[in-house]
Ligand binder design. Structure first.
Ligand SMILES: [Zn+2]
Length: 278
C-alpha cells in the first residue's frame, strides 16, 4: 500500500549578511521527507562537529566571510530531535553539493545512504579543489550512491531520477557552476513539483534580474563562472515558462525561506532566533 509522504522544510543553519542586498540573514533551507518511520533529508546544513568546535572545523576565514552563527541547536540533529525524529530514522540524504554548509552534518547520520552527483564526488576527491569541501565529511564508512548523466528530461532540463521509495518522486537536476557537480533537487508533493535550487542562486530578487548583477559571495565561491551564469539562465527560463507548475527556492535566501515556511504554516521551532536576528 502507498505510504503517505509528509514534507517539511527547515533551516539547518544561519549565515550572513549577503552584502549589497536586502538579505541580512541567510538560511540553510533543507527538506525533511517523512515516510512512516523513515526519514530522508535534502541537505544537512552544518553538523554538530562544526558547531561545537567552529575554529577547528570551519576556520576563522569561513566564520568571518560567511558570518556563520554558531549554535548547535541549529543543526539537523537537534532540529530533527525537536520534531521527535531520531538520527537512526534518517536512512537517506540527498545532497545538492558537498560544501560544508550543505553536507557538514553528514557525520551526525552515519547510517544514512548519501545520494550525490558523480561529478560532485569526483571534484570533492581532488586534492585541495575547494576550500569549503572538508575532508572529514565523507569517510570510508559513508555509503554513497552517485549519479552520472542520463537521457531523462524534466521540464526541458536534464534530470536523473533517484531510487527512493516509490511514493517519493525526486530527481537531481544539473545546475553546475557554484560547484562542479552542483545539482538542484526536484520533488513532487501532492502532484506539484518543487525545485530546491541549492546555491544556483542566492537572492531571488537580485539573481533573476536580466542581466543579473554578480553578488560577491556567489562569484567568490563559484567553481566556473560560465556554468554558473548558464545555470541561472536555465532557472530563469524555467520560472518564465513553467512558473505555475514548478515552485522554486534556494538554500540561502532567508526571505524565501520565511515565505515558504510561514505560507505553508510550518515555521520551524528555531524561529526563536527571529526575535533576536533580523
Ligand atoms: Zn551554500
Amino acid at each position: 500500500m502507498a505510504e503517505r509522504v509528509s514534507i517539511e522544510t527547515a533551516t539547518f543553519g544561519l549565515l550572513g549578511p549577503l552584502a549589497h542586498t536586502p538579505t541580512r540573514t541567510m538560511s540553510v533551507h533543507c527538506v525533511i521527507f517523512r515516510i512512516g518511520e523513515r526519514v530522508i533529508l535534502l541537505d544537512t546544513g552544518f553538523g554538530t562537529r562544526e558547531m561545537l568546535e567552529p575554529n577547528r572545523y570551519l576556520g576563522s576565514d569561513a566564520l568571518l566571510s560567511l558570518g556563520i552563527v554558531v549554535d548547535v541547536r541549529l543543526t539537523a540533529l537537534h532540529r530533527l530531535a525537536a520534531r521527535g525524529i531520531r538520527a537512526e530514522q534518517v536512512t537517506d540524504i540527498v545532497l545538492t553539493h558537498l560544501d560544508a554548509d550543505h553536507a557538514g552534518g553528514l557525520h551526525d547520520f552515519p547510517g544514512a545512504t548519501v545520494h550525490i552527483s558523480a561529478e560532485e564526488l569526483a571534484a570533492y576527491d581532488e586534492p585541495r579543489s575547494r576550500k569549503s569541501y572538508h575532508p572529514y565529511q565523507v569517510s570510508r564508512q559513508t555509503t554513497l550512491e552517485t549519479y552520472g548523466p542520463s537521457d531523462e528530461q524534466w521540464f526541458g532540463l536534464p534530470a536523473r531520477s533517484l531510487p527512493l521509495p516509490r511514493d517519493l518522486d525526486a530527481k537531481l537536476i544539473p545546475l553546475p557552476g557554484h560547484s562542479r557537480g552542483h545539482r538542484g533537487v526536484a520533488y513532487r508533493e501532492n502532484g506539484q513539483w518543487t525545485l530546491h535550487a541549492g546555491d544556483a542562486y542566492f537572492d531571488a530578487r537580485i539573481n533573476f534580474l536580466d542581466p543579473p548583477p554578480g553578488l560577491p559571495l556567489e562569484i567568490a565561491m563559484q567553481a566556473d563562472s560560465c556554468d554558473r551564469v548558464a545555470s541561472l539562465s536555465k532557472l530563469r527560463e524555467l520560472r518564465d515558462r513553467h512558473g505555475l507548475e514548478v515552485a522554486m527556492f534556494c538554500a540561502h535566501d532567508y526571505q524565501e525561506y520565511i515565505s515558504w515556511t510561514v505560507g505553508r504554516g510550518r515555521a520551524d521551532p528555531v524561529d526563536v532566533f527571529r526575535t533576536t536576528l533580523p
